[in-house]
Design a binder for this molecule. Structure first.
Ligand SMILES: Nc1nc2c(c(=O)[nH]1)N[C@H]1C(S)=C(S)[C@@H](COP(=O)(O)O)O[C@H]1N2
Ligand SMILES: [Mo]
Length: 235
């Protein structure tokens, strides 16, 4: 673990539920099955019933960096490497086009991001179902989330349900203004957004953290106290 945080980041003691505020009240319908639809520029569209089947489990401790400048150190994630899922499941079963170098990742709440396939194939990018030795909670992306520690948190899609392999970025519409979205979003290079210096975005985002954390926590409390007990009502 690095002893210094990346540029512009500040450590938090807790790990808050976080995101764009329109997503705070959207909860996954399906919280138990680690399933994924693999689609886009593929020969066969495949609904994978259990992403983890036949793949080696790995555990990894990594820091998590939100683009709004908070960081949480030393989270212990359990899951499988995205690279293994890609090589052992996606390539043989879906047969994506050779030119499909981009992947659009979608969450059950409508959150989406686009990454370079090459970035997803890094050995520290995982599809996870545990956090600190416990089943991944809904607050942090149950039943299945991506973790890409070298990239800002908005790439680590929670409640991941769909991967679209694409040969270009054209079909991708970010959830936010384009300047707030960076294709790579590497923390080390402070790629917070595009066309705007990362340093500038620090000051734009930092004042939003406290109220976002409070709103997400309040929505989670309200959801958990519903009769379904915070588990997906549809299941
Ligand atoms: N499905 C989904 N994934 C998401 C988000 C979201 O709102 N919905 N927010 C992103 C952002 S901006 C961050 S910082 C992290 C926060 O992860 P956490 O809620 O587990 O702390 O999730 C990312 N992935
Ligand atoms: Mo974030």
């Amino acid at each position: 673990m690095p002893s210094h945080l990346p540029p512009g980041q500040h450590e938090r003691a807790d790990f808050p539920r976080f995101g764009l505020t329109p997503f705070k009240d959207r909860f996954p319908q399906q919280t138990t099955r680690r399933e994924l639809l693999v689609t886009g520029d593929v020969t066969h569209e495949v609904q994978v019933a259990d992403v983890f089947e036949g793949l080696p489990r790995v555990e990894q401790t990594s820091d998590f960096h939100c683009v709004t400048t908070w960081s949480r150190r030393g989270l212990r994630w359990g899951g499988v490497r995205f690279a293994d899922f890609h090589a052992e499941v996606v390539v043989p079963r879906a047969a994506p086009a050779d030119a499909a170098r981009f992947v659009i990742l979608r969450g059950q709440d409508g959150a989406r991001t686009c990454m370079l396939l090459d970035d997803l194939l890094a050995p520290d990018v995982l599809l996870v179902d545990t956090l600190d030795g416990e089943p991944l909670p809904v607050a942090h992306g149950a039943p299945l989330r991506l973790v890409a520690p070298a990239h800002y948190g908005y790439k680590s899609v929670k409640a991941l349900c769909r991967l679209e392999y694409r040969h270009d970025e054209r079909s991708f519409r970010p959830n936010v203004f384009r300047f707030m979205d960076h294709l790579r979003a590497r923390v080390m290079f402070e790629e917070r957004g595009r066309g705007v210096p990362g340093v500038l975005l620090r000051y734009l985002y930092r004042p939003l953290i406290a109220s976002t954390v409070a709103q997400f926590a309040e929505s989670m409390r309200a959801h958990a106290s519903r009769p379904t007990g915070g588990r997906g009502a549809a299941d």
